[in-house]
Every structure is written in C-alpha cells, then in structure tokens.
Design a protein around this ligand. Structure first.
Ligand code: CO8
Length: 258
C-alpha cells in the first residue's frame, strides 16, 4: 500500500478506510491533499479486492475547508492561469462506491468534499457549512451546486449567504446526510455499512451507483431509460443468474464479478 503525506490508509477486508491526516490544520485541504486523494481513489478503483471505501477525518474535523493559508497569497492570474484546485473530477470519477463519514467540522471545501461522496454518514457532532463568504469568496469545489441539489435553493442560499453552520440533525432533516450515528460509533458503523456494500455483486454496485448519479445529470425520461438499459445489462451477468438462483434456493449468493 502506498504511503501518503496527508492520508492514513487502512484495509478492513474488502473495505478501504482513508483518514485525512493534517491535525495541525483541522484537515484543511491543500494541493497535497488533493494529489493524495486523487492517487488514493485511483488506487482503490483499480484494486479488484477492494469493494467500498470510507473517507473520514478526525473527531474534531472532517475538514475545516480548503487551506486558507495556501490560498492567502494567490491572486486571480495565478489561480486562473494554473486552474487551481481543478482536479476534483478525478475523485468524483471513482466508479466504485464510497462513503464520507463526517464528525465535527465539514466546512467550505470540507463540506464540498463530503458531498462528492455517494452518501454521507454523520456523527451527531457533525457541523456542515459553506462559510467562504466570510472570507469574501464563495464555494469553489462544487458547494453551490451539490448543496443546492441536496437541500434545495432556500437552505443552500441561506447557508452560502450567511455562512452559518448546520448541525447533524438539521442536515438529516434536509437530506444532506443519509443517517446520524453517535460519534463514538461512527467509524464502526461506516465500516459495517461499507462491508454490506462490499458484499454485493460488484457489477450491480457499479450499476446502482451510475443510475442514481444519472438522476442528477439527466432529465427524467433519459434517466428512466438509462436505468432500464443498465438493468437489462445486469441480466447478462453471471452474478445475476447466481443471485436469483440463490434466492430461489434459500442460500446466500456467491459473486464472481462477472
Ligand atoms: N485553512 C487553514 N488552516 C486552518 C483552516 C483552514 N481552512 N481551518 C483551521 N485551520 C487551522 C487554524 O489556523 C489553526 O492553526 P494554528 O493553530 O496554526 O493557528 C488550527 O487549524 C486550529 O484551528 P482553530 O484554532 O481556528 O480551531 P477552533 O476550534 O478555534 O475553530 C473552526 C475551528 C471554527 C473550524 C475554525 O478553525 C475556522 O473557522 N476555520 C476556517 C473555516 C473556513 O472558513 N473554511 C472555508 C475555507 S475556504 C474554502 O474552503 C474554499 C473551498 C473552495 C476552493 C476552490 C478553489 C478553486
């Protein structure tokens, strides 16, 4: 397993656990974090043994934003000229499932990174926000788009314009997170949830992820067609034959990934 300057990686059978590890900066996301996450997610996607990934931070902070100290001296010419922080598509292009397990602060780029996940599990200590306006800037890693799609215009607009934080309960009510978990149980719960996903037929996991994501990218009729065609495709897999036989024979399916 590769070593990363800003990440700690553990393997739990078919689940990869990635911890952001810049405690001195509350896991603020700098260019090195982006490079490390890009490499770690590519390695996960390419590893046939790994079936689900959990991304987490510390008890105090998932990530308190993009690194303000890195951005402090950068002007327009530099950030526009270098397309600063433009590599996130390589993280969101991850084909296999991944979960963000959020405790403490998920602010600015931290909230935006969590929203890149397939879903968020929140500790009861989680706090979400897009406080960039207080720095006289705005979200830049997808927050204005993903937060609005997740919670709707009114709440997203209020969050972005006031910079206020949303606690875990409000985030669950607003459908930003899938579930709230007691902080002490967050990692165990996330690993268990990930193990459940890792136990599914691999091609079905890819297809389920692709079709739910299509709901954000397409209109309803194209989305429904895409879903049906992917369903049809899964009917060509060995695992579908096995899954339906196993159900009829009252036993657990054994997957080959074909
Ligand atoms: N960047 C750099 N350092 C940070 C950050 C950050 N985002 N957040 C915290 N730190 C550092 C602090 O400077 C401090 O370092 P030091 O000990 O050297 O002074 C250390 O982490 C601990 O932080 P605090 O002492 O402030 O801890 P508190 O518990 O008092 O406060 C808070 C916690 C409320 C989370 C506070 O740290 C805070 O407000 N942080 C900044 C939150 C923020 O504004 N985030 C948004 C940043 S902008 C952004 O994310 C833009 C994303 C899009 C970029 C796209 C480019 C194209």
């Amino acid at each position: 397993m590769a070593d990363y300057e800003t990440l700690l990686i553990e393997r739990h059978d078919a689940v990869t656990l990635v911890r952001l590890n810049r405690p001195q900066a509350l896991n603020a996301i700098n260019s090195q974090v982006l490079a490390d996450l890009t490499a770690a997610f590519a390695a996960y996607d390419a590893d046939r043994e790994q079936r689900c990934l959990v991304l987490t931070g510390s008890e105090k902070a998932f990530a308190a934003g993009a690194d303000i100290k890195e951005m402090q001296s950068k002007g327009f010419a530099e950030v526009f000229g270098t397309n600063y922080f433009a590599g996130w598509e390589r993280v969101t292009a991850t084909r296999k499932p991944w979960i963000a397990a959020v405790a403490g602060f998920a602010l600015g780029g931290g909230c935006e990174l969590a929203m890149m996940a397939d879903f968020i599990l929140a500790a009861d200590t989680a706090k979400f926000g897009q406080p960039e306006i207080k720095l006289a800037v705005a979200p830049g890693m997808g927050g204005s788009q993903r937060l609005t799609r997740a919670v709707g215009k009114a709440k997203a607009m209020e969050m972005c314009l006031t910079g206020r934080m949303m606690d875990a309960e409000e985030a669950e009510r607003a459908s930003l997170v899938a579930r709230i978990v007691p902080a002490a149980d967050l990692i165990a719960d996330a690993l268990k949830t990930a193990a459940t996903i890792a136990g599914m037929a691999p091609l079905a996991a890819l297809a389920n992820k692709e079709m739910v994501n299509a709901a954000f990218e397409t209109g309803l009729s194209m989305g429904l067609l895409f879903e049906r065609r992917l369903f049809h495709s899964l009917c060509g897999t060995e695992d579908k034959t096995e899954g339906m036989s196993a159900f009829a024979e009252k036993r657990a399916g054994v997957w080959t990934g074909r």
